[in-house]
Design a protein around this ligand. Structure first.
Ligand SMILES: [Zn+2]
Length: 185
């Protein structure tokens, strides 16, 4: 695992039964680890309240901050606030009940000693984002939408349609058919 993602490891082996609090920062270096992701940058804080039981660990996550995504309308950077609350249960057991395993219920074997939370944190942030993202939502301003880019994009797609129509009208099969019909007259 990369050095960056190593920051999000929690050692649970030596933890006493009871509550422990962990804090993490999420920044650009974190998002750079998830190539091809929809978030290009962000500044978030993650607080995890870990409850250690004898053969189970409960983790309550509180994530909040800002992320940079692409505006659906102008494709420019859109910075929006986001927050997430979730619970993860980790069972410490050498036999796994496959039917119970999910995104929120993990199993670790009794000889493991750490939990890697990076992927869970990343996916939780992605889940917290609205489906539609554009300048004007969540306190952002529609004035920031790059309308010049928008017009260029619209012109581009109109041009493409035009080309498709022109290509259709000069389809040689139609020319042949027209020739045939003309010859019959
Ligand atoms: Zn925009």
């Amino acid at each position: 695992m990369s050095k960056i993602l190593n920051r999000y490891l929690v050692q649970f082996k030596g933890l006493a039964v009871g509550q422990h609090v962990f804090s993490f920062d999420v920044d650009k270096a974190f998002f750079d680890e998830f190539e091809g992701g929809e978030i290009s940058n962000g500044r978030l804080s993650v607080e995890v309240i870990l409850n250690r039981l004898s053969n189970m660990i409960e983790l309550d996550f509180f994530i909040e901050g800002d992320v940079e995504v692409k505006c659906d309308r102008c494709l420019e950077v859109l910075t929006i606030p986001t927050e997430f609350e979730g619970k993860l249960v980790v069972r410490i057991s050498d036999s796994i009940d496959e039917s119970e395993v999910s995104d929120e219920i993990w199993y670790v074997s009794s000889n493991e000693h750490e939990l890697s939370l990076a992927q869970y944190i990343y996916e939780s942030i992605c889940l917290s984002l609205p489906l539609q993202r554009y300048h004007g939502i969540l306190g952002t301003s529609t004035d920031d939408c790059d309308s010049e880019m928008l017009e260029r994009l619209q012109t581009l797609s109109l041009d493409e349609n035009q080309e498709v129509r022109e290509a259709d009208s000069t389809d040689s099969r139609w020319d042949k058919l027209k020739d045939l019909m003309n010859n019959q007259n």
